[in-house]
Design a protein around this ligand. Structure first.
Ligand code: LLP
Length: 428
């Protein structure tokens, strides 16, 4: 069913950007993928610059009628070339660690374009953010406000912060990526916000300029996002009336994409769900999309290493990529389409598509149908541009994959493959 949908999309529509078929061959923005894999080896991430641009602009245009800024969530994919591309498109940045702040700076974002979120910011990270004078630190607790105040007053700095609210709203997504419930570790409980804001008004070095929430990721039911935005806007109005100088509402990220071809809300639907909730408040909004921009803009290329029977009905197709390159299927039971790079009319084989690691959960796709796969055949794991490469690991001493960006007809290496020497260079 899912495969049928994909074939339909790939064969009967002619997208100008992204990953689609020209004849039997899967291409990226018109550039065939097989030669890219031959040149750079596998496993290999390949990204479409045109898709990144189109998806960024779709969000920007959907919100055009209201004051907004897009702070791309670097955690989805922060390879420098990708971050630079997004900056060039007009994006700002959402960083979740000192490392992501530094990557943002190296990609050319200015401190005033960076917001810093994170449930456990260390004193060193806070000091760094304060010294830079970033747009806002999204704070998670009253303790964190006090730590910021202490660091800032010692340096004679003034810091602008946003309070991250936990609205206790169920985002109706996978439990591992749901962040807006009381039982999740994120943010300040809704009912405690006013007291914390009142206390903070007396602080000399800290100024609350915003409220923030992010209730989860891969959200495809817009209602919880609307509810959270409405609650945030209402709270912000009340705080403004009490004298807290709120300027912006940071509505986080979270908009889901379609991994299996089923319909999902568009950027336009997303704007239609959020804007009515905040419009009357007049506050400027910040958006932190990650997946929405990057997931469909990247694939993971992998080759078949082995094919072996499981039982009479089913086989294992062993790939040269696994949980070390793409952990999403294993971690969230996530579905990613697995497509042959060159389609052949061959008998169907029922298979579990697995990786090479020493874990039974190292599975890329369960119960798939492949066309007589043979060792050496090239496959693409689709929609892997977000939370793919950034979550890769060196388990089993595997080396981080290379990454290629296809831009205006040219395939450019943007990260070389890690070597064993790179890995061992850290060891003393
Ligand atoms: N803002 C904050 C504060 C976040 O924590 C996140 C994601 C985002 C923005 C971006 O959310 P997005 O628009 O991408 O949904 N590794 C998981 C996803 C974890 C998301 C964590 N936070 C996955 O592979 O599905």
């Amino acid at each position: 069913m899912r495969r049928d949908l994909l074939s339909y999309t790939l064969l009967f529509t002619t997208p100008v950007t992204g990953f689609y078929r020209q004849g039997a061959s899967l291409v990226c923005d018109g550039v065939p993928l097989a030669p890219i894999a031959a040149g750079h080896g596998t496993p290999l991430y390949v990204y479409s610059a045109a898709t990144i641009a189109a998806r960024y602009r779709a969000i920007d245009e959907a919100f055009a009628a209201y004051p907004h800024s897009i702070h791309y969530a670097l955690k989805a994919n922060s390879t420098l070339a990708i971050a630079r591309l997004l900056r060039g498109l007009g994006s700002s940045a959402d960083a979740n660690s000192g490392g992501e702040i530094d990557v943002a700076l190296r990609a050319g974002f200015t401190p005033s374009q960076i917001v810093f979120t994170g449930v456990g910011k260390t004193p060193a990270e806070l000091t760094h953010a304060i010294a830079l004078g970033i747009k806002a630190i999204n704070v998670e607790s009253s303790g964190e406000i006090q730590r910021i105040e202490a660091i800032a007053s010692a340096r004679g700095a003034r810091v602008t912060i946003a309070l991250r609210i936990n609205p206790d709203i169920d985002a109706r997504t996978h439990a591992h990526i749901s962040t807006g419930l009381k039982t999740n570790k994120f943010g300040i409980p809704f009912e405690r916000v006013k007291a914390i804001a009142r206390d903070a008004r007396h602080l000399a070095s800290v100024q609350i300029v915003g409220l923030h929430n992010h209730i989860g990721s891969q959200i495809t039911d817009l209602r919880p996002l609307t509810d959270a935005a409405r609650a945030l806007a209402q709270l912000a109005r009340e705080l403004r009336d009490e004298g807290t100088p709120i300027e912006h509402l940071d509505l986080g990220g979270g908009l889901g994409v379609s991994y299996d071809g089923s319909p999902v809300p568009s950027a336009q639907d997303y704007a239609s769900a959020l804007l009515p909730a905040v419009r009357d408040s007049g506050f400027a909004i910040v958006l932190e999309p990650g997946r929405q921009i990057m997931a469909p803009a990247g694939i993971l290329l992998t080759r078949v290493v082995d094919v072996k029977p499981q039982d009479e009905r089913k086989s294992f197709v062993v790939m040269d990529a696994g949980m070390t390159e793409l952990i999403r299927p294993m971690l969230y039971n996530a579905f990613h389409r697995i497509e042959p790079v060159v389609e052949r009319d061959q008998p169907a084989l029922a298979a579990d598509v697995v990786g090479p690691l020493c874990e039974s959960s190292d599975t890329l796709g369960k119960d798939r149908t492949l066309r007589n796969p043979q060792p050496g055949d090239l496959y693409a794991i689709m929609d892997a541009g977000a939370y793919g490469s950034v979550m890769a690991s060196n388990y089993n001493r595997r080396l981080l994959p290379a990454e290629v960006l296809v831009d205006e007809g040219a395939a450019r290496l943007i990260r070389r493959r890690q070597t064993l020497d790179d890995l061992l260079a850290l060891e003393v």
